[in-house]
Design a protein around this ligand. Structure first.
Ligand SMILES: CC(C)(COP(=O)(O)OP(=O)(O)OC[C@H]1O[C@@H](n2cnc3c(N)ncnc32)[C@H](O)[C@@H]1OP(=O)(O)O)[C@@H](O)C(=O)NCCC(=O)NCCS
Length: 186
């Protein structure tokens, strides 16, 4: 599906527009005021990593309605240290090397289902130097999980518990470039 023609996707200065991005995330994913404050700190810290990149989806009047960001994985990063034992348990922790992590992907609910999420993640990973990508998503049959599967991501681990997160996550990995137009698979 072609992305919404009324919304332009392109490079995003996420540090500059972090509050707008978190407002989108709060609507799309659900964040409390306290969680927004924590996420702001985390996002700004992530952006200091070499290779961290962000893309945004913007309406003609300049409103941000979607964003994605990620970075080359580093086994020393907090996220990686949490998922590593789960992946190691079945020998798939090699996915943590030479991999581009999708850290966040969110589209404003009023703009979902028009191809924006697919375009954001595909374009961001197309610019990655790594041969594969990994991410985590709440371990349920959500639109996000369906999107990731359709792009070639498969489950590497399930029921992954992050401290302080109420729901378990699935860790997924895909070869790059992401699949175009193919059937969903896992
Ligand atoms: C996941 C998300 C970013 C997808 O963005 P989007 O712009 O709505 O997605 P797209 O329009 O590009 O749709 C891409 C695919 O997602 C899946 N999808 C989208 N909406 C869906 C729905 N309501 N039910 C099932 N699958 C759905 C489909 O596989 C779809 O492909 P198709 O159009 O070829 O059928 C968006 O739904 C969102 O922000 N969700 C809430 C936040 C979230 O869960 N973020 C991910 C955290 S891991």
């Amino acid at each position: 599906m072609a992305a919404d023609p009324d919304v332009a996707t392109g490079p995003l200065d996420l540090a500059d527009r972090v509050d707008e991005a978190l407002a989108v995330q709060a609507l799309a994913f659900g964040l409390s005021e306290e969680e927004i404050d924590i996420r702001r700190y985390i996002v700004l810290r992530h952006l200091t990593n070499p290779g961290a990149r962000a893309l945004g989806a913007t309406t003609p009047d300049g409103r941000l309605v979607g964003f994605v960001y990620g970075m080359p994985n580093d086994r020393g990063h907090w996220w990686s240290t949490i998922v590593e034992p789960y992946l190691r348990a079945d020998g798939s922790d090699g996915w943590l090397d030479d991999s581009f992590v999708i850290t966040e992907l969110h589209v404003h609910p009023a703009h979902q289902g028009r191809g924006i999420g697919r375009e954001l993640i595909t374009t961001l990973t197309d610019g990655a130097a790594q041969p594969r990508s990994i991410l985590s998503a709440i371990d349920t049959e959500s639109p996000a999980r369906a999107l990731y599967r359709s792009l070639g991501y498969r489950d590497l681990a399930r029921q992954v518990l992050f401290p302080s997160a109420p729901s378990p996550y699935a860790v997924m990995g895909a070869p790059l470039p992401l699949r175009r137009g193919g059937p969903p698979g896992n």
